[in-house]
Design a protein around this ligand. Sequence first.
Ligand code: MEV
Length: 373
Amino acid sequence: MLSEVLLVSAPGKVILHGEHAVVHGKVALAVALNLRTFLQLKPHSNGKVGLHLPNIGVKRVWDVARLQLLDTSFLGQGDVTAPTPEQVEKLKEVACFPEDCAVTERLAVLAFLYLYLSICRRQRALPSLDIAVWSELPTGAGLGSSAAYSVCLAAALLTACEEIPNPLKDGDDISRWTEQDLELINKWAFQGERVIHGNPSGVDNAVSTWGGALRYQQGKFLPLKRPPALQILLTNTKVPRSTKALVAGVRTRLIKFPEIVAPVLTSIDAISLECERVLGEMAAAPAPEQYLVLEELIDMNQHHLNALGVGHASLDQLCQVTMAHGLHSKLTGAGGGGCGITLLKPGFDCCCLWPCPRLQCGFSTCPHPESTS
Ligand code: MEV
């Protein structure tokens, strides 16, 4: 068992194209954000395991001895297997949630208990430790906050239980796990995501585990070769929504209207592939016409996502405001509110946008005086 304090971090993500379609086996293009989630794990010997999530006001402590007495055989043999609804129901009993417990808290605690009990039960005794997780990412906004949380938990617990080595050597301030260790981290993080979202595609945890820009399809990904430096404005509509409910809604629509919805998903797939092709071309031989193609792809995909039923009036407003300035926007992530992305042309000053979308997102400092107040 690890004896020193461990600090882990993982990034959030933006999906350029392919959200929702990726759940049905189509291609998604996603990039890691420079907004991260951080986890500190402190091993100790007080017989307790603590979880502190200051962003969502969670502070929970369990007696290791009590957890040790639980019959955790319901979790399987410690292999990386998908959590079943029965297992999640049993975990709810372990968690003992108060009646008025918020959904975000419930899901975060359940994912933690699932990963802690599944990963650490291979040890002779469950470890006593304190975990604190905090984030620069807004929750439930489509930026992969739950995936970054699951990746941090998986990486820290696997390291604490010596399933993977601590990559920090003497004198290192920062380090990264090997490809093989990242594979294992990603597998466990995917299970954490399943506890939270039910039936995710795995794209969010893959980007959060490996970083960079990648093309993802059915559990396999390829890093995008030499992605061009695009300027993308991120706007948080601050309209809350549930990824699980939105993904379920698309599935229901697909079952109800297969002849209508399946071609929409196929078309989104083609948009992702065309975008990948244009990005490759831009890296090799940049030309202004490529921006026009990217803009058309954004518009078509946004209409498709509306047809899937995952749009929102706040996202329509974003599209209208940015369009008035000749810019093209689409939702990113699950939609239904959350965040939108706007492609900025080279040299475009986003302070020309009024009302400034950054006023709402607060992600980075905008030189516009009114927007930083
Ligand atoms: C969420 O970031 C992206 C969705 O496609 C869901 C998923 O891929 O699991 C909506």
